[in-house]
Design a protein around this ligand. Structure first.
Ligand code: DGI
Ligand code: FE
Ligand code: FE
Length: 186
């Protein structure tokens, strides 16, 4: 891949709030740590992490247009909360805008919020890094951080379980890929 971590961070920075940019840098550091621990390509991890929230603040209408018009995006996203759109749409925006051609990196960006069935090791590293980066304060996150030191799959499983419980307690819908990911780990 011909983009460096610093180039990726510089590309996303003007599109993010300061706090979101700082989160992004922490996810990149966390992703590198996990990548080294679990034998994942460290450059892929830092670039995917740097780019993962690129579309977080894109106008909803622009993201909706992408979902309607690009046949690669599942139309059922439109039936679920727009918070879930920035991963799948961001991955394709980056392909178009900066020529992000690495499908593994695009996949990790795509599924970083919900997970999916048959996640790759890189998908898991980015999903987990986003969940446990030091700025996170979810209930139960310390337990996930602890497990992340020894078992990538178990840590992802617990993060997914916590997310599902949180969403159900709040009376929110749960995107099917979140269940597919959870079931895969169980
Ligand atoms: O973009 P970030 O804030 O760094 O983190 P993220 O991409 O994991 O987004 C987190 C939000 O997404 C959080 O408010 C919980 C929500 N979320 C995750 N999975 C689902 C979900 N919301 C719904 N409605 N359904 C899901 O399956
Ligand atoms: Fe996100
Ligand atoms: Fe994030």
């Amino acid at each position: 891949m011909n983009i460096t971590r610093e180039e990726a961070l510089a590309y996303v920075k003007p599109h993010l709030k300061t706090s979101r940019y700082e989160h992004t840098v922490r996810v990149a550091d966390q992703a590198v740590e996990l990548a080294e621990r679990y034998g994942v390509n460290h450059h892929h991890a830092e670039v995917a992490a740097a780019l993962h929230d690129y579309a977080k603040y894109k106008p909803l209408e622009e993201m909706r247009r992408w979902i309607v018009q690009d046949r690669r995006l599942p139309k059922d996203l439109l039936d679920y909360h727009h918070e879930l759109w920035h991963g799948p749409v961001g991955a394709l925006m980056l392909e178009k805008e900066i020529g992000l051609s690495d499908a593994a990196v695009r996949s990790a960006i795509d599924c970083h919020t919900t997970g999916k069935k048959h996640m790759s090791q890189l998908d898991k590293v980015i999903f987990l890094a986003d969940y446990i980066e030091p700025g996170r304060d979810f209930p139960g996150v310390d337990e996930v951080r602890k497990i992340a030191k020894s078992d990538l799959d178990q840590a992802c499983a617990l993060a997914l379980k916590n997310t599902i419980i949180f969403l159900v307690q709040k009376g929110r819908t749960v995107y099917p890929n979140t269940f597919h990911a959870y079931n895969d780990f169980i």
